[in-house]
Design a protein around this ligand. Structure first.
Ligand code: HEC
Length: 143
């Protein structure tokens, strides 16, 4: 496929995606903000196991903004928890922290049948979520 055809196809998919997203979220709590991740290496549908964006400057910028729009209301502004949800600066850097991060964003959290954290991966792309993880690692502090 030519680059142009590819571009048009991608744009069409994105537009369709946001239309579907608008409908799906009309009655839900989650209003995810579409992030422009075109500056980042694409990752595809299958989740990778390890953060592919460590030290990637674009990912850090995207992650900071995506976090502010999608996670901060529970996990706190600038990654500093106000106590509603865990402080994500304490998550371990490295693959163990990566695995836990992926587990949580894909599965969300439910306690006694009450959803505490939505399955964020249903709303945000793998690229966006790994950018958030990369930014969180840059904010890491020891507990
Ligand atoms: C509606 C509130 C809410 C939103 C929005 C939310 N979370 Fe959470 N999150 C929680 C709660 C509550 C927990 C604790 C769940 C538990 O331990 O039962 C949690 C746990 C986590 C954990 C595990 C932390 C640990 O120390 O075990 C990660 C990682 C995480 N969230 C990432 C995210 C990311 C990334 C986003 C944004 C894309 C996000 N969350 C959005 C409420 C939220």
């Amino acid at each position: 496929m030519t680059a142009k055809a590819n571009f048009l196809r991608t744009s069409a998919t994105l537009i369709l995606g946001s239309l579907l997203a608008t409908q799906a979220f009309a009655h839900g709590d989650v209003t995810p903000q579409k992030m422009d991740v075109s500056a980042l290496p694409k990752l595809g549908e299958e989740w990778v196991e390890e953060n592919p964006y460590v030290g990637n400057e674009d990912a850090l910028k995207i992650g900071e903004s995506a976090y502010a729009q999608n996670c901060a209301r529970c996990h706190g502004l600038d990654a500093v928890s106000g106590g509603i949800a865990p402080d994500l600066r304490y998550l371990e850097p490295g693959i163990e922290g990566d695995e836990w991060f992926v587990y949580r964003v894909r599965n969300g959290a439910v306690r006694n049948g009450v959803p505490y954290m939505p399955k964020m991966a249903d709303y945000l792309s793998q690229e966006t979520l790994w950018s958030i993880r990369a930014w969180l690692v840059s904010k890491h502090v020891e507990q």
